[in-house]
Design a protein around this ligand. Sequence first.
Ligand SMILES: *Cc1c(COP(=O)(O)O)cnc(C)c1O
Length: 377
Amino acid sequence: MIDFNRPPVVGTEQKYFQEALENGKLCGDGPFTKKTSAWFEKRFDVKYCYMTTSCTSALEMASWLCDLKPGDEVIMPSYTFVSTADAFVLRGAKIVYVDVDPKTMDMNADLIEAAITEKTRVICPVHYAGVACDMDKIMAIAKKYSLKVVEDAAQGVNAFYKGKPLGTIGDYGCYSFHETKNYSMGEGGAIVFSRDEDRERAEIVREKGTNRSKFFRGQIDKYTWVDYGSSYLPSELNVAYLWAQLQQFDEIQAKRMAIWDYYNRTLKPLADAGYIEQPYVPDYAEHNAHMYYIKAKDLETRTDIIRYMKDKGVLTVFHYIPLHLSDAGKRFGRFSGEDVYTTRESERLMRLPLFYNLRKEDMEYVTQCLLNYPGFN
Ligand SMILES: *Cc1c(COP(=O)(O)O)cnc(C)c1O
């Protein structure tokens, strides 16, 4: 069976685990966490990066930093993972869903303005498949209406918008290092931002509502409970696993890109014949090969292709069920305007195996199977 995903293994993990053990500190903010944050700050030219236990917790931190009150509204696509909404719902916010652009599956920036009410506080673009949303448009709207922008860049690590790293354009950016993402620590994430005013609050929220971070920097001589907060620090062991990949950051991306390009090239005849649609990357976006998907004609065809591929020993999977169709999604939010594309396009989309350690022969087999699918011949 060819798996849909496997966590990246680069070969140096044991060495860094050993080092973490020898450091004698496995709780948060030890040497690996410190150097990993600094690594991202330098690499992505962002002032602050705090490692977290997940992208979900990074989004929760962002929602806290946005100072939301019950009833405030947050605009996002319905075509996203539940965490994007959950983080804000926990603060009592209402979610307002906006339709996707069918070409990228990102929120259609031209529909945002119509979704704004006097309660809107935040726009939360999701960079689907690591393909940037139209950030110039989004930032201009945010400025016009004094809204915060939280980028859900869970899939967008090492992807760019007009040369700027995703996650570093809005007020806050949230990354995921979950096992299914390009760079992984099993479960993990990070929040990035650049405003100095946010630093102290971010540290307090992340450290159970205490000023412990300030204490460790020697700025105060004892730490206490100063505000609300939670515990968002990942263990050093998890970060050590990620550190191994940071040493091969570009190689991992290059390998993923090679697989993505191979799929795209090899499956083009199916697109030319009108059987499938392939991903579209706008000129402003430099993607990170987070995902390779195709779109079948309709739900029925997609179901049949997934079944056929499984029979051939290849796991391909569909993706999000739009949030506004779920019970909680209805309870906590509403769709702005009409759902023209979100449901229809989500029913056609299926993802192919794409991970760092995918073997060349397996990648070739995946495309051979698809090219031989009876419905395409
Ligand atoms: C994976 C993902 C998340 C959640 O990431 P975790 O690290 O598992 O919490 C959130 N949003 C999007 C768009 C994702 O793809």
